[in-house]
Design a binder for this molecule. Sequence first.
Ligand code: SF4
Ligand code: SF4
Length: 403
Amino acid sequence: MSKAERIKPDLEFIEELQSVGGQDIKKCYQCATCSVVCPLSPMDNSFPRKEMAWAQWGLKDKLMGDIDMWLCHKCGQCSDLCPRGAYPGELMASLRNIAYRSLVGPQCLGKWMSSAKHLPKLIGIPAILYLLIWLISASIHGTPFPVGHEGEIEYGLIFPPLWTVDLIFVPLLIFVLYTFYKGIKNLYAEFDKQPRTFVIGYEKPKNILVSLWQVIKEEVVTHKKWKDCGEEQDDQTKFQGHLFLFYSFVALAIVTALLSASFWADIFGIWEHSYPMAFFNPLNLLANIGAIGLVVGLVYLTKRRINDTGRDASTFYDWYLLGIIWVVAITGILSEVFRLSEAVGLTYISYYLHLISVFMLIGYLPWSKLGHFVYRIAALAYARKIGRISTEIENNKNKLYVL
Ligand code: SF4
Ligand code: SF4
């Protein structure tokens, strides 16, 4: 006879859940319609019905180690069809928000990222940092808006690449990568704690790197799950928006990395670094294509969010991310437009705002909604590793084992 387990509800956790989007969990009467209609739920031990029950019972440990919350891509189909208006899709999103907010410290950043009232602090850190750099450069040049010998505008005169890119963004990037490493380690530790039911005779678990490669190849590159998620509702705007944003970020990351490399190659005399680039320079063209793609993706996703009249159409999490990417794109484009039209003051002001927004996008990444992109990939790789999802399962062939 199996040992009875005493359920210890975490009432504080239930309140926290209710305050970040799970306010209707008590309405659920476990009909399982949500699990039936979910296009992404595996057949065994399906979601999100069980998560609704766990949430009602306040089973924090079980939910924080629940890999299935990361399999949900928030298409909203379950919420649309729930006969009780319990919003299971919103519960899954709230769980993810709580999870990546608390996976790793400093916890205050997670708290600041959860509410608009902390926005001044988030903006204040990079704003003061770059203002100091601007003041130092202005005192060196004797003006806050200096130009080169031939009257050309160079961002580097006020914001030298060494200070603004290498000495700030490189340590920031290392900090963010280390934070993700710790966060993923903690996430996997939570997954490992969960009991699993093994089905006899199925495949062996895969190596995590093999699983990660499969996720990148089959899901990240193609954004297949986003596509599947919107298919039933005949709405591909989320898929298209995410795809544009993803490839634009890839293009802009390549440009930034190559620019930084050429800057250092110039210092060591290997390559002559000339910045700003000529308009038809391939790197400049790639940057412009990336910027256009970013705006297109943002238009898709903003339009979708505005048209979304669902209960959680305008959470701070969603708007913070969209807002900050909009500011990055607009200030980046304006800096270039003002520079080409030789508007010195406006160029530096736009570029200053651009640096602040890029800092906010990168520096707070592990606690922002964009951070879940990284955690989701890590979780999907883990899910494949243990066989929770696999090509075989999707094809209804060799099922592995279930959690
Ligand atoms: S969330 Fe809604 S659809 Fe899902 S089990 Fe509960 S009542 Fe049914
Ligand atoms: S929001 Fe979509 S993917 Fe997530 S549980 Fe509901 S139906 Fe499934």
